[in-house]
Every structure is written in C-alpha cells, then in structure tokens.
Write a protein that binds this ligand. Structure first.
Ligand SMILES: [Zn+2]
Length: 280
C-alpha cells in the first residue's frame, strides 16, 4: 500500500508571464517579457510530496524556507529575487514541521529525498534531512551549482554543508513515451524520468499504486491546465524541449489512470485527495 500526501510549504507569487510565456517566444524573449510584466499570479502553493512506501518513506522536493524573509538570504544582486518572485513561508510551514505534524521525524524517518531540480523553492528545506539519501540528476546538480545556475534560481551558497547528493542518470528501461528511466525502489513502483526544459537535468517522479499512478511533475509544468494546453513557462531555457517534456507527460498520463501533481498547481492537493485523474 502506497500513500502520497501533499505538503504545502507556503506560497510563491510569480509574474503571469513566468506562469506561461507567449507562444513562439524564445527563451531570452520570455525573460524580457517576465521583467516587463506588471501582473502577478495569485499566491501559488509550494508543494513537496511525502510518499509512504513499503520500502520506506520518500519525500519529493523540500519546498522553501522561512529564511527567505531574512534580509540578505536572497541575493540582492539578482533581479529575479528582487523583482520577480514573492515567497512567503512561515517557520511552521516548512517541510520538516509538516512531516513532524504527521508523526514522523524528518531527520530519522525519511529514507530518501528525490529532487526534481535544485531551484531555491524546492531545495530550501533540504536541511531537515541530514541523514537521508538525497537524489538529484547529475546534470541538474552540475547546472545548479554553476555561476549561471546561481543566476537562474539556485542558491548553492545556502545548501547544507553536509549535502553530498546521490547523482543519478536515467539509465534504466523505457517507460511509455520516456526513452529511459531511473528505478528508485526494488519493486519498481517509484521511478524518475527526464523532463528537461524548465532547467537542465530536470526530472519527474512516477509512483505506481494499485490501479492508480501519481505523476509528480516538479516544475516541468506549473499546472494541469498548462499541461493540457501545452503552455510553456517563462523560466525555460529551451521552449521546444519544455513542450516536448509536457507532451510526454500528457501522453503518459492518458495511457493509464494518472493523477498529475505539479509543484505550484493550486488544484493539485485537491486532485490528490479526491483521486481526480488526468483527462485531455
Ligand atoms: Zn523551478
């Protein structure tokens, strides 16, 4: 029996042009559009997911931290942080507290943390898991800690000093439209697949239950509505690649009963609770 729970670590507001860029716009054009945009999204959830599995407890992404509110936590030199994003996380909204509220100790009871990617609003809660195996794709890890990674939403200077992730590659069997996968559990029910575009090396997590599959997209898409319309975000480094990743997710989610779970979808927690599966 596998159980999945959405853990909301506060909210993030972004520009509407970050949520979805204009069709045909280049990766660079999308950044210009975001900077010029004066319309904000409503506060969107920052979601992590807890997976209780017979082989142990897994967490997918770790949300953000209340430390965003401290002066100097987010680098002032980067206009992305000063003008493009409003993160609101309370101390009791961090992933560690949310796990503790479910009767588990984040430092002891979580075997593995699966990272879709290292953006600050996914990696901000990593420090709650000092004894867990942290899994991230080799490609995303390399990109995130580079200088360009620091410009593009990653905060390697804030990662825990003990962080030595297990760097993985999708070198396993094909699954549906995904040419390769990374098997996570021995029973094959938790897998990671490559969904690049939002950033380099982005991966999504597939969890196969009994007759029902959960597809944790990370930021490969911001919402199920965007997925259905194949609308690509403003952050992407390659719109065509993002579109191809979203098309694969849709194709997979149509091929078996699947609940689609993005990280910033206002309706994701409700779909999870009520078993609402994806329909094109
Ligand atoms: Zn992201």
């Amino acid at each position: 029996m596998i159980k999945i729970t959405a853990l909301q670590t506060g909210t993030v507001s972004i520009k509407t042009k970050q949520q979805a860029g204009a069709d045909g716009r280049s990766a660079f054009g999308r950044k210009i559009d975001m900077l010029r945009d004066i319309v904000w999204s409503p506060p969107l959830p920052i979601l992590a997911y807890l997976i209780e599995h017979p082989e142990g407890n897994f967490v997918v992404d770790t949300g953000d931290t209340w430390r965003n509110s401290l002066r100097g936590y987010l680098p002032r030199w980067n206009p992305f942080y000063t003008t493009q994003v409003i993160v609101k996380v309370g101390p009791l909204e961090e992933v560690g507290e949310l796990i503790r509220a479910r009767g588990l100790d984040p430092a002891r009871d979580i075997g593995t943390v699966l990272m879709t990617h290292m953006h600050h609003d996914h990696a901000g809660g990593l420090y709650h898991f000092p004894h867990s195996r942290i899994v991230v794709s080799r490609e995303n890890w390399k990109a995130a800690k580079s200088l360009s990674g620091m410009v593009q939403g990653n905060l390697p200077q804030r990662w825990p000093i003990w962080l030595k992730p297990d760097l993985v590659e999708a070198n396993g069997a094909a699954i549906g439209p995904f040419a390769r996968s990374k098997q996570i559990t021995a029973d094959g029910r938790i897998l990671m697949v490559e969904t690049p575009g939002h950033c380099k090396g982005h991966m999504s997590v597939i969890v196969r239950g009994e007759g029902l599959t959960w597809f944790i997209t990370g930021d490969a898409t911001y919402s199920e509505d965007n997925l259905r319309a194949n609308l690509v975000d403003g952050v992407t480094y390659n719109p065509a690649l993002s579109r191809a990743s979203q098309a694969k997710i849709s194709e997979f989610a149509e091929s078996e009963p699947t609940i689609v779970l993005p990280s910033h979808d206002e309706k994701a927690a409700d779909r999870l609770q009520r078993d609402i599966i994806f329909r094109r």
